[in-house]
Design a protein around this ligand. Structure first.
Ligand code: MN
Ligand code: MN
Length: 315
């Protein structure tokens, strides 16, 4: 069966056509899909600047620039995978708790169809209900978490579910295997001098951004891949603020001294061979992204993640 293809910029000018990811077809049902691109337009889990509710729309708009073949790695994702954009989730913008329930139930349906979700956020709070849905099917997941922040707060203003508490909840609820949880790019100032250490004691493996400065990350991706193993169901969550604000200024909680765009590509390409059951790209805030460069970078990161999904053909 022929697979869905992005509309070529040689057939229809890039600035026209549908605002779907890479101008792929929009699908109204999940039948036959291998990967579903899902937008989750919310910013009500954020603690500082808002605006990620506009993330899915803007990341899709910038993704019109991306061509189907990865000329650097040889990946040809649309040769073998059936990929479609299933649109935005109908979240409740007046209630975070209701929104998280909607997300969990919707992803349970996606995952029940054996479709792997590729999510455009949205703030990072959306990852918790996705992990709840994925772990219900797969058991505790390996987690590759690229972020300036560990997102392991106990609560924020008494709230247990926010964009800064996600991975403490995921750990408490047994959604992730702490021995196979990898946090990459951590940095910034803390409320205590050892904000990251409790999670390290749970088993999370952490790489501070400063320890990665000036270091190529393809080897790190490979180390993580070998540590996880080929079969283990793995989720990849990529917070755009892992990148330095020079590369990705359009985000809610920027931290200086971050990863570079080339390091992000090296890291993701090193993950090829994992059993990735889903991924997300979160925290792109278009109101703080006047050039569109953050959304463009986010769109390309999602494309690179798609290129290392299971079943992708390489030429
Ligand atoms: Mn985060
Ligand atoms: Mn972050």
């Amino acid at each position: 069966m022929p697979k869905n293809q992005p509309i070529s910029g040689n057939d229809l000018a890039r600035f026209s056509g549908p605002n779907t990811f890479m101008r792929l077809p929009q699908a109204n049902d999940l039948g036959g899909l291998d990967v579903a691109v899902v937008g989750v337009p919310t910013d009500i889990g954020t603690s500082w600047r808002s605006g990620t509710r506009f993330g899915p729309k803007q990341v899709r708009a910038e993704s019109a620039m991306i061509r189907p073949y990865n000329v650097q790695t040889g990946a040809a994702p649309f040769d073998t995978l059936q990929v479609a954009d299933v649109g935005d989730m109908a979240i409740n913008t007046f209630s975070l708790s209701d929104t998280l329930t909607i997300i969990r139930d919707s992803y349970k349906a996606i995952i029940a169809h054996d479709v792997r979700p590729m999510t455009i956020g949205g703030d990072h709070s959306i990852t918790l209900p996705i992990l709840r849905a994925a772990a219900e099917k797969h058991g505790p997941l390996a987690l590759v978490h690229v972020d300036a922040h560990a997102d392991v707060n106990e609560h924020m203003f008494g709230e247990r579910e926010t964009h800064g508490t996600v991975f403490r909840r995921a750990h408490e609820e047994g959604l992730i295997n702490p021995q196979k949880t990898y946090q990459i790019g951590l940095r910034g100032t803390g409320y205590t001098a050892d904000d990251f250490k409790e999670a390290a004691a749970w088993g999370f493996q952490q790489w501070l951004a400063a320890d990665l400065w000036h270091r190529p990350l393809d080897t790190l991706g490979g180390e993580i891949r070998r540590d996880i193993g080929q079969e283990t169901p793995t989720y990849v969550t990529f917070d755009i603020d892992s990148l330095d604000p020079a590369y990705a200024p359009g985000t809610g909680t920027p931290e200086i001294g971050g990863l570079t765009t080339p390091q992000a590509l090296q890291l993701i390409r090193g993950l090829r061979g994992l059993n990735i059951v889903g991924c997300d790209l979160v925290e792109v805030s278009p109101p703080y992204d006047p050039s569109g460069n953050t959304a463009l970078t986010g769109a390309n990161i999602l494309y690179e993640l798609l290129c290392v999904f299971p079943g992708v053909a390489y030429r």
